[in-house]
Design a protein around this ligand. Structure first.
Ligand code: PBG
Ligand code: ZN
Length: 320
């Protein structure tokens, strides 16, 4: 006798009953890019369907989130002024701080996550403060990252997510937040963040490509998985409330391994992953359900949460 797997695929009802993995809209986190200026809602050329918003137009994307039932966003700021020490990042009146206050006033229930990094704010485009050799100085950078996190906290952020890949950043940030009185503010570590080419469209959108060199002295080598587990363990020991793997689709093995830790796991479907699929759909090469398929794969591999540029369209496509 052979296995008749088709018995349980016979009609839509039984297929629905047999479904092992479901992506819920509650799992999805929408990245939002905030720029300085007025009356700006400009499509990002490298990321179709994703826009730059000035503060005064943020209500449009917030309303879309509310009507779609997307609970959370992650903010990225693009300041006009960049300098060697990224001073706009920890300016209490900086672009992200203003956006946090604006969104909290309009829609207090939207859960706001703040990406904490320096590359959008430094004139050299690296994720921290440079030493004399032109490499990012780890421990000096920690004090700056802490200033950013506390500044976001003062503005009313719900969660901080350091994406800088400095050693000891979770511990430093936890101490800084606690000392400032924010003991209940969670930290999501970009724990296993690879030095990936999939960030290309984001760097164009955020004008944050490094002016020289690359990020390989702080972001991880794409070849490594043991190292990813070591990074995750370090973040957990230092007090991360949520861990992350980034990018997602090319790193499903890492997501699967990371899901063994008893810590909530987020995966970031990054700009290049989204852009590739979105362009293939736009060109008629694939049906748009390929985007659902890739989110499903990320969830099935073990992610609890997914950061994706596709969050709003996911809801529309699936009529949720
Ligand atoms: C900042 C940061 C980056 C991304 C998230 N936070 C860019 C980078 O590390 O170069 C990438 C997100 C994406 O590609 O969608 N460090
Ligand atoms: Zn960075």
């Amino acid at each position: 006798m052979f296995y008749r797997g088709r018995r349980l695929r016979k009609n839509p009802t039984i297929r629905q009953m047999m479904k092992e993995t479901v992506v819920h809209k509650e799992d999805l986190i929408l990245p939002i890019f905030v720029v300085e200026g007025n009356n700006i809602c400009r499509e990002i050329s490298s990321l179709k369907g994703v826009f730059h918003y000035s503060i005064d137009r943020l209500d449009e994307i917030i309303e879309q989130m509310q009507s779609a039932g997307i609970l959370s966003c992650i903010l990225f700021g693009i300041p006009d002024h960049k300098d060697h020490c990224g001073s706009e990042a920890y300016n209490d009146n900086g672009i992200v701080q203003q956006a946090i206050r604006y969104i909290k006033a309009k829609a207090p229930d939207i859960y706001i996550i703040g990406d904490v990094c320096m590359c959008e704010y430094t004139d050299h485009g690296h994720c921290g403060i440079l030493n004399q050799e032109g490499d990012v100085d780890n421990d000096t950078t920690l004090t700056y990252l802490c200033k950013i996190a506390v500044s976001y906290a003062k503005a009313g952020i719900d969660m901080v997510a350091p994406s800088d890949m400095m050693d000891g950043h979770i511990q430093a940030m936890r101490e800084a937040l606690d000392q400032a009185g924010y003991v209940t503010l969670p930290i999501m570590g970009y724990s296993a963040k690879y030095a990936s080419s999939y960030y290309g469209p984001f760097r164009e959108a955020a004008n944050s490509a490094p002016a020289f060199g690359d990020r390989k002295s702080y972001q991880m080598d794409c070849a490594n998985s043991k190292e990813a587990m070591r990074e995750i363990e370090a973040d957990i020991e230092e007090g991360a409330d949520i861990i992350m793997v980034k990018p997602a689709l090319a790193y499903l093995d890492i997501i699967k391994q990371a899901s063994a830790y008893h810590v909530p796991l987020c995966a970031y479907q990054v700009s290049g992953e989204y852009a590739m699929l979105q362009m293939a759909v736009a060109q008629g090469l694939m049906n748009e359900s390929v985007l659902d398929e890739s989110l499903l794969a990320i969830k099935r591999a073990g992610a609890d949460l997914i950061i994706t540029y596709d969050a709003l369209n996911f809801v529309k496509r699936n009529q949720l």
